[in-house]
Design a protein around this ligand. Structure first.
Ligand SMILES: [Zn+2]
Length: 154
């Protein structure tokens, strides 16, 4: 979109908006460009030439919109979220396999590690809901997680 400074035969100056200067010349030739004040179609473009006012903004807006569309595409891609969740559970499973299995001594061991009475390490085991709540109350991070069944067999 360009804005041209136009002058009619009666000396009125006004602005005309056109898709391009070619559009202006075409409309001028077909006498479609009229003075906004006296409606004459004897209109000439002022010698100052076309001054492009909004094209920069329009381009920036267009770029911004397409950027937004791109980022929306990547973040909202339907496969991204389940994949992240799957990776998370895989990492959990690996952690659980590497963790010391302390069985039902889990609350006790978790406390000893938390209060630095035992070397810090990942442990796993079983705790009742009550024990888990007590640990959480003491500020001990307990993550109730499904233990992969194969790790119970050995
Ligand atoms: Zn006029």
């Amino acid at each position: 979109m360009i804005i041209l400074n136009l002058l009619c035969d009666n000396g009125h100056r006004f602005e005309g908006w056109f898709a391009s200067s070619d559009t202006f010349r075409d409309q001028q030739a077909r006498q479609l460009v009229q003075c906004t004040y006296c409606q004459t179609s004897s209109v000439t473009q002022l010698p100052s030439g076309p001054h492009v006012r909004r094209s920069g903004v329009a381009t920036a807006q267009h770029r911004k919109i397409s950027d937004t569309a791109d980022s929306t595409d990547t973040t909202a891609a339907p496969l991204t979220q389940p994949e992240a969740v799957q990776n998370f559970f895989q990492a959990l499973a690996v952690m659980a396999r590497q963790a010391d299995n302390v069985g039902d001594r889990l609350p006790e061991e978790a406390r000893r590690i938390h209060y630095k009475e035992a070397p810090p390490r990942n442990i796993r085991g079983v705790a009742t809901a009550e024990e888990t709540r007590e640990l959480l109350d003491e500020g001990i991070m307990v993550l109730p997680a499904p233990v992969p069944p194969e790790s119970e067999t050995h």
